[in-house]
Design a protein. Structure first.
Lengths: 525, 525
């Protein structure tokens, strides 16, 4: 019997689909070549002292080298620290020290920016095809391709002994408040989370259905939950995988056309950018991570983008996907709307929406509560943070920090982060939901709603708007008044004030950075 | 965190699809009602002394009561012995004593036939709607519905403590040679096997693709690997489930039409019977367990039966499904043929075909060898049979006892049971493959090929034929000579002798009973 161990996926890929390819950096690797590179790399690293438990940081965009590191670390039992390159520099260093990185693998793109770190960690590897590029000025430094060449074509002796309960990787969340928090994933946890998600997408006819003949391209970076599991699933399935490296939206579209990509994952912001590219469409997209405006949904629909939304996160993994309820006709506006807002828990996942007393709120389509989840692939807490863990991981459940409600048909709407909702006169205004409605106005490119202190109401909503064409606060207010008549929002949700900006700051996960906005605007007059 | 425990599936079903239905015995139960019945039954049983580890035998066709027993046993930690009702009576008793059955649940259909057993086991439950039917004359005997009614609507206190590594069920294989052998399934083993199988079917566009909108009806009995996992998957998915009870092919077709069944599983013999029913078609079918004649495949195709073949068994669970290779056009005869013969290992499953020295044979589409499998859901051996287990479960691999070969595209063909192949002049003749070719003759309804002793060649093939219209040995031989010219078989495979019979004996799993045939015919003159 073999268990759920990451590099176990390789055997299937190599035996069953040896000629299938991974496209990366203008090159193409068959699964057989990919496997050979991995075992050579692993063998070489084991001779340099990497062993079970060694923590290895990797700082790279989505390339074949980063993917190889996944499987080489798995075979060695090393812990892969997928460094969050969107963290602020001091947070990044914090995460590397906290995780205990003994090795750092850095791509040539990122190397110049992190020069000050070279002396802080003993072993560095430069990931580049150019072997004459200067190595990091550190205790030990190697070229990735040289290391790989030095390895023999044989699996590390311990590869067969890795258990599904060993730690595979560690990741640090954005930490918009306080320090980044580390989450360690066991082999079985990360594999079950990924496999269940993609398998479940395959069961639904509509949306980002995956199939064995898809060509996959992850636009979610590997550092973020291993590109939402994309580091595993195409290998598991034996499908073609296209890695975008540091391509921008234009470059991504070129790759999509050239390699016949049929399936992508990305955050809504990336989808918006791709929709702005002429010729993007007729493709499947898994998106999520922020509220998804119905304007984008409609535009996506028009361009033949079959999308599904995912609900999850690095501290809970995948827990729900959007679906069309059985009773709704698939090709209708109503169905489109459900795919935007109606999340169904994956099988084996339990989701509970609770009031302040811990009681389940009624499934009435409006009563907001705190979203709790429980699943077989829930991580066990934050690394070396017992106090914070105890507050969020309780009796096998995880308190997500999200606010949401259940519709009467038992689909979940995730409305907001608990910290982001606005408490006005004792009533919650979910900022995410309000943002989605405001962004339906054609002049609005992006919007963030944050609480503003108010003597009378406690808090009132303030909308920070990036426009695509000129629009006045009055016009936006009038637009929202119409929406209140359509039952989309309550009158008291309408922001008291609109601030127009050139750009809205985003977090490392591509979400609106509300912390920065609150610091800047919440006391605005 | 929750783990992979059978009754965990219920929470999802009840929370997400409370109104979905199970149709059984002319009645309809919502998932909510089904759940309520289960917890009442479990509560009642716990008051009668059923506890973790209690072994409970169930002897029934596919009904809601048998299904309820799956989940009630799971909550109690009791071991569900799915009694193989196609075993010979003395083998059935052997299995019940060997498993240690403390309780026996028997349906009213089976009760009369097993009267002699009533005194052998202490606790009996009669599964019937008719509460006035006489109870088994045993130490303790109860009506199922009375037991259920006595229970309170609360889950057994220990339900939350059941671990994925606890034993969920036990099953005894046919044992065409020797005693039946027991295989115990852990919760995680049986769930992973089932979930991986059905999920994988969802990933393929052709064949018995499952989707969230299917209506499922298992024609494989629950006793046999829990209807190949059908006791779990529709609940897991929240889909409508139709249970056929003891309906024959005519009754099954009525149910299919009435309940809009879209997905079935069955052995090829059952498929043949259904294809004989007027109006059967436009449906998805998972089949397997015996070689599948191309004549049936073509007939199925004509009737719009989208089929897939599965390779697996009670001692290895699901390991492969038939697919259309990527390089083959889907709607062609070639694609149809691949779906009949070309098995792809499920992801995470390794399959190795080995010669007598244990070396992997070349993937050349003809070199036969012994089929070995390894997977995360492989059972650990035979219950209380360490010696037999040691011979078949080696280094984490299972020696299946099947003969097969790999095509150059890495698809597996399972040709025969090792014991059934014929060794003629030192060369193997796979009887299953030969049967599939002979059965392409329009006059052949069913055929079994067994070895006949031969002074010169050691063994020679003997064909035992059930005809649908008159045909002579000469005509069959001529037909096979044409097939040799088409490259379908070697000249020396052609049987020396054809015996015509009215009926061919089958095993409990619906396969040709070669043991009986060999006893009867192998020394025939």
């Amino acid at each position: 019997m073999k268990n759920f161990v990451v590099h176990q996926l390789l055997y299937h890929a190599v035996i069953t689909h040896p000629g299938q390819v991974i496209v990366s950096d203008g090159k193409q690797f068959t699964f057989q070549q990919f496997y050979t590179r991995i075992i050579k790399l692993a063998d070489s690293l084991s001779h340099k002292g990497v062993k079970k438990g060694t923590v290895i940081g990797v700082l790279d965009v989505n390339t074949h080298r980063f993917l190889e590191m996944h499987y080489a670390c798995s075979m060695l039992g090393a812990v892969l620290h997928t460094i969050n390159f969107r963290l602020a520099p001091e947070q990044m260093v914090y995460s590397m020290v906290h995780a205990g990185d003994e090795w750092v693998f850095v791509s040539d793109v990122f190397a110049p920016a992190i020069k000050p770190l070279f002396s802080k960690f003993p072993n560095w590897v430069l990931m580049s095809d150019n072997r004459r590029q200067a190595l990091p000025d550190a205790q030990n430094a190697f070229h990735y391709e040289n290391l790989l060449e030095q390895g023999e074509e044989k699996e590390p002796s311990g590869a067969n002994e890795i258990s599904e309960n060993d730690i595979f990787s560690i990741f640090y969340t954005t930490g918009t408040t306080g320090k980044p928090k580390g989450i360690r994933y066991k082999h079985r946890t990360i594999l079950h989370g990924a496999i269940q998600l993609f398998h479940h997408l395959a069961l639904h006819k509509y949306g980002a259905r995956v199939s064995s003949r898809d060509v996959f391209m992850p636009l979610i970076p590997f550092f973020h939950i291993h590109a939402w599991g994309m580091a595993f699933f195409p290998i598991y399935l034996g499908s073609k995988l296209v890695l975008p490296g540091s391509a921008d939206a234009t470059g991504q579209l070129v790759l999509i056309k050239k390699e016949k990509v049929s399936w992508l994952n990305m955050v809504p912001t990336q989808l918006q950018m791709l929709l702005n590219q002429k010729g993007f469409g007729n493709i499947k997209v898994l998106t999520g991570g922020s509220p998804f405006a119905s304007g984008i949904a409609q535009r996506a629909q028009r361009e033949g983008v079959n999308f599904s939304l995912i609900y999850g996160g690095s501290d809970q993994l995948a827990t729900a996907i959007s679906v069309i309820p059985e009773e709704v006709e698939p090709d209708t506006d109503e169905a489109l709307e459900w795919r935007r807002v109606g999340m169904r828990p994956l099988p084996l996942v339990e989701i509970s929406v609770r009031d302040n007393q811990g009681h389940e709120v009624p499934h009435d389509g409006e009563t907001l509560g705190a979203v709790w989840v429980r699943s077989p692939w829930l991580p066990e807490g934050y690394y070396k943070e017992p106090e914070i863990s105890k507050k969020q991981f309780i009796d096998g459940w995880f308190r997500t920090g999200d606010l949401g409600f259940f519709y009467p048909n038992n689909l979940l709407y995730v409305a907001d982060r608990e910290g982001d909702a606005i408490k006005s006169g004792g009533e919650w205004i979910p900022s995410g939901m309000l943002e989605a409605i405001i962004s339906e106005h054609p002049a609005v490119a992006q919007v963030a709603v944050i609480p503003k202190k108010d003597e009378h109401w406690g808090q009132r909503p303030l909308a920070i708007v990036k426009v695509s064409e000129k629009v006045s606060p009055k016009e936006l207010t009038d637009f929202l008044i119409i929406k209140t008549k359509e039952g989309k929002l309550a009158r008291f949700w309408i922001p008291d004030q609109f601030v127009f900006v050139d750009d809205i700051p985003l977090t490392s996960a591509g979400k609106l950075n509300k912390k920065v906005l609150r610091d800047q605007y919440s006391e605005i007059k």
